[in-house]
Design a protein around this ligand. Structure first.
Ligand SMILES: C[S@@+](CC[C@H](N)C(=O)[O-])C[C@H]1O[C@@H](n2cnc3c(N)ncnc32)[C@H](O)[C@@H]1O
Length: 386
């Protein structure tokens, strides 16, 4: 290939990648300055482009990676900034630093491509600061919280509840990309949710109440195993999602209803199984929603624990004697696991069932799945009504 052909090829590849950076930058500004959700704003922005698969993946890596690593990147950048830059400049700086420090992109390529994706009026600043970032090399982090890029309170809660070394390993693993798996029926569900379903001892013909059902991943899996599932969720729009999934999968034995799981309009003492897959702080599944760590407030944990307790109280009443209760959450806090189930266990009519085996590990009377490369974090508790 001639030199001019090579140059043309490089420049055309750069044009496409440059577009991916521009899309990423637009989304990052919306997420940071306007409070948009990354997993909503990114697909919407990508839908307006004709980027190919590779460039979509690159834009996704930039948006999700920069969003997760926001605190760590800001710590690197702030050493070279005298005043706080406006949001578009800050987003471009984070995106450039992410490529240099985290992706190992050669500095000249990361700097020049990021500068050309940045708004014209901020290019000089972005260029000057990114050159200094590139020269400064791998950072000497001031502490684990900055290195791992989480708010203080999340690190503090998980260190207090899991111990320091487990918490740090868990937090590190949630900085990686999320994986999704397709079930044989085509529904895309994370592996950990599938492990929760596997741990539910449902029999063909069982009548199941699923009190927090949307979007219906577990309800449709239980129906596929022969159960009839009365599927409730308090969020009308999300029940619509469940309904769409139910139709796509042909899950005729899932009966959907909009209802509050704290007072479900269902006949007491009638069900073989009740599933409370409760709303939670989601601290075990942070890799799935990159901006979640910056949104969740510490006050969400006690508020959700109260809601979870009320749902478990309601769930017990729906079971006939011998029926099973399953409680699951995608979080790891003691407040939403051990404390909530201690409250449920005080109801004298519940007998804990043995926890499932590996990869679950014992957690009180239940089990915990710690986040790793393949799994989200989950907690699971099962009882039989006496
Ligand atoms: C973890 S998600 C459930 C996921 C679902 N089980 C699945 O496998 O696809 C928790 C659900 O609880 C619902 N929810 C929140 N508060 C509720 C309440 N008071 N009553 C019933 N559902 C509620 C949310 O709308 C959300 O859809």
């Amino acid at each position: 290939m001639t030199r001019s052909a090579r140059a043309e090829e490089a420049s055309s590849a750069e044009r496409v990648i440059g577009d991916a950076r521009r899309v990423a930058l637009e989304v990052l500004v919306r997420v940071d300055a306007e409070g948009a959700y990354a997993n909503v704003a990114l697909p919407a922005a990508l839908a307006r482009t004709d980027l190919d698969q590779r460039d979509r993946a690159f834009a996704t890596e930039l948006v999700y990676g920069v969003t997760r690593r926001r605190r760590a990147l800001d710590w690197i950048l702030d050493a070279f900034l005298v005043t706080a830059p406006p949001a578009p400049a800050r987003a471009a700086l984070r995106m450039g630093a992410y490529q240099i420090i985290e992706l190992g992109t050669p500095a000249y390529a990361a700097v020049s491509a990021t500068v050309s994706a940045a708004p014209r009026r901020h290019r000089a600043l972005v260029n000057a600061v990114l050159r200094r970032v590139a020269d400064s090399g791998v950072p000497d982090w001031p502490d684990d919280t900055t290195r791992l890029s989480y708010p203080d309170w999340i690190v503090d809660v998980l260190v207090a509840d899991l111990g320091r070394s487990t918490a740090l390993a868990v937090l590190e693993s949630m900085n990686g990309p999320a994986r999704a798996h397709q079930r044989p029926d085509g529904y895309v569900q994370d592996v950990s949710s599938q492990l929760v379903v596997d741990a539910i001892e449902v029999q063909p013909g069982d009548l199941v109440a699923d009190l927090c059902t949307a979007p219906g991943g577990k309800a449709t899996a239980l129906a596929a195993r022969g159960a009839t599932v009365v599927a409730c969720d308090s969020h009308r729009g999300r029940v619509g999602l469940l309904d769409a999934n139910r139709r796509t999968l042909g899950a005729a034995s899932v009966l959907a209803a909009v209802a509050d799981g704290r007072c479900p309009p269902l006949r007491p003492g009638r069900f073989d199984m009740v599933l409370v897959d409760a709303p939670c702080s989601g601290l075990g599944a942070l890799r799935r929603r990159p901006d979640a760590r910056w949104r969740i407030e510490p006050s969400a944990v006690p508020r959700l624990a109260e809601l979870q307790q009320a749902m478990l109280d309601a769930a017990v009443g729906l079971l006939h004697s011998g029926g099973q209760l399953v409680y699951s959450v995608c979080t790891l806090t003691a407040a939403e696991t051990l404390a909530v189930v201690a409250h449920a266990s005080r109801n004298g009519s519940l007998e804990p069932l043995p926890p499932p085996g590996e990869p679950w590990q014992p957690h009180g009377d239940g089990a915990l799945l710690l986040p790793d490369a393949d799994h989200d974090g989950m907690a699971l508790f099962r009882w039989r009504r006496t």
